[in-house]
Design a protein around this ligand. Sequence first.
Ligand SMILES: NC(=O)c1ccc[n+]([C@@H]2O[C@H](COP(=O)([O-])OP(=O)(O)OC[C@H]3O[C@@H](n4cnc5c(N)ncnc54)[C@H](OP(=O)(O)O)[C@@H]3O)[C@@H](O)[C@H]2O)c1
Length: 323
Amino acid sequence: MLAASAVRTSATDPLSALEVGQRPAPEVPDGWVRVRLEAASLNHHDLWSLRGVGLPDDRLPMVLGCDGAGTDEQGRDVVVHAVVTSPGWTGDDTLDPGRSLLSERYAGTLAEEVVVPARNVVPRPPGLTAAEAACLPTAWLTAYRMLVTQSGAAPGSTVLVQGAGGGVATALVVLGRATGYRVWVTSRSGSKRERAQALGADAAFAPGERLPHKVDAVMETVGEATWAHSLRSLRPGGTVVVAGATSGPAPSAELQRVFFLGLRVVGSTMGTRDELVRLLDLLVTTGARPVIDRELPLDRAAEGFAAMAAGDLFGKVVLRPGG
Ligand SMILES: NC(=O)c1ccc[n+]([C@@H]2O[C@H](COP(=O)([O-])OP(=O)(O)OC[C@H]3O[C@@H](n4cnc5c(N)ncnc54)[C@H](OP(=O)(O)O)[C@@H]3O)[C@@H](O)[C@H]2O)c1
């Protein structure tokens, strides 16, 4: 089958580690199912994998990709849940110490087929296209959990989203708008700030800009470049939910600000299968849809990776294994 894989890793030149070519179709273990993929989407996670973050050399070559939608062996339209839990685990998927994301231990979705545990396929509701559904299991699920489950901010609250152009960030803008939050964003790019407002953000600011008032919660995936601004922008008792560190993982913790203002710092990763089902329902009931920057045939995956590495995206890159 055609697949996009990490064949080596490179911290400095991740694109050199990417190969799109033929791989053996995966075997189907007991209790697992095969999904023929119609669409997959890229995440920053795939770039981290090419850099060797979370992907040791002894697992190479590894088919990349966390997100996909297609049909199961009965011909049903399905979405693939990307969090694979340990056998017998019954708690929150994201808190299983043995959990992995597709493409970390098991082959991922940037391929014609993927094999996953039976519980990891979720019906795709009519009304959502395969391309839209393929955007949801990582960036959108992460955004949903950050905002709805972790932020502690009720609808009507003001939420700041750092780095407006990203996959997670555009999801936060759309979901925030659809569920009744006042959404403010920052972005390095003027055109991305404009596009975020067209998408539903109530206001957009340059990185580090002073806000009109303090916010109830901050959605942080940028890391070092925006952390100080995130803490400075919170009202006393406010919450920063952190799910990524694209620009670096080690800003000053600013502990005095955290304890003096009673701030909450909440880490968040992916989401549960139940949250994915609720996210799918939310899109159906609100009409909200993922922002797709571009769709490419799988054999042109490198173009999507290059755009992501350059930060030259607004929303998601969708790849089509069928061309
Ligand atoms: N914990 C989880 O479960 C989880 C799930 C998904 C993603 N993540 C992490 O979250 C991060 C975002 O993922 P993604 O897929 O949304 O990535 P993405 O689509 O590549 O977006 C990254 C965004 O970060 C901003 N950014 C990058 N470098 C920056 C810098 N130096 N200064 C300011 N802003 C910068 C950019 O926003 P502007 O260009 O608009 O400024 C860019 O659009 C990644 O680190 C990823 O690993 C974590």
